[in-house]
Design a protein around this ligand. Sequence first.
Ligand SMILES: *Cc1c(COP(=O)(O)O)cnc(C)c1O
Length: 347
Amino acid sequence: MPSQGLLTIDCGAVVRNWRRLCGIHATGAVAGVVKANAYGLGVQRIAPALLQAGCRHFFVATPGEGDYLRKLLGEGPMIAVLNGYDPAMRPDLTPVINSLPQLRAAKGPVILQVDTGMSRLGLDAEEVEAIARDPGLLAHVEILYVMTHLAAAEDAAHPVNAAQIDRFAELCLKLPRARRCVANSSGIFLGGRYASDLARPGCALYGINPTPGRPNPMEQVVRLELPVLQIRRIGAGETVGYGAGWLAARPSRIATCAGGYADGLFRSLGSGMRGQFRGATVPLAGRISMDVCSFDVTDVPDAVPGDMIEIIGPWQDPDALAEIAGTIGYEVLTALGRRYRRRYIAA
Ligand SMILES: *Cc1c(COP(=O)(O)O)cnc(C)c1O
């Protein structure tokens, strides 16, 4: 009898999403952003599937992630480290240079990031000026790409988008001619001036909607099912869960499932997360606990222990859960717990 949740991750869907993005960003290449264990879904399975499909550029956040990925993928693909140059990083990783001290310390192929409005990482205008005045600063490096990161690409009408791309063009004029790397997932859908030599999508590969407010052009990648551990019959007036927060209005059958907030089912999902059982939607009953959560299965009379209740699927995708919890799909994915049994569908 299963007592652990089952997380199914469709590597084929990731690859199809990547190909779809390649079709849209047809003037340049498309990388795979696989930081944070491929947004929680498992870099060990996803990165090789992307490599096999023809992806030749990968982005991770830290040198440790880069070290793991290089050992996994072998020589060949570019592996860029977003958080910047670190003297301890292996030399076959490509640092994203975010400051002059990092530029002075690095050698070999690099990506130069310029900050155009994110005010997070990257060279500022003064540092770009310093390079323009003293090109000797670039003597030890080879610029593979000049890169910037958009702050609000998911909001196509936001004025910061155009301001950033204007600023990027100005800063690029002060640097040696090099290929450019601009769009994240949402930036790819802005098209036009936001297209560059290399796009860097992450979330769209994993099924998050890069065009919020419009139909999701990406294929869903994740399915999460939780096993019923126990079915309990309670009378009208009895309560369920911590704080005695759910009151049975009628004689009820409550299915307690394996999976709680320690597995990434945020407690804040208690305000609307549903389950699906044999095509029927079942509401949560009571608060989400650390290891379990309960559903009211009174109206699906044949639920028994061992049955699986679906939590994430096309009908309730990570974006929908994020909406309930007051967060974004990225956080839902990266919080997916390590206690699930993971099943991968090969590309
Ligand atoms: C995470 C990240 C990306 C990927 O962004 P998505 O919105 O997931 O497509 C691209 N560029 C940088 C600098 C990032 O930090």
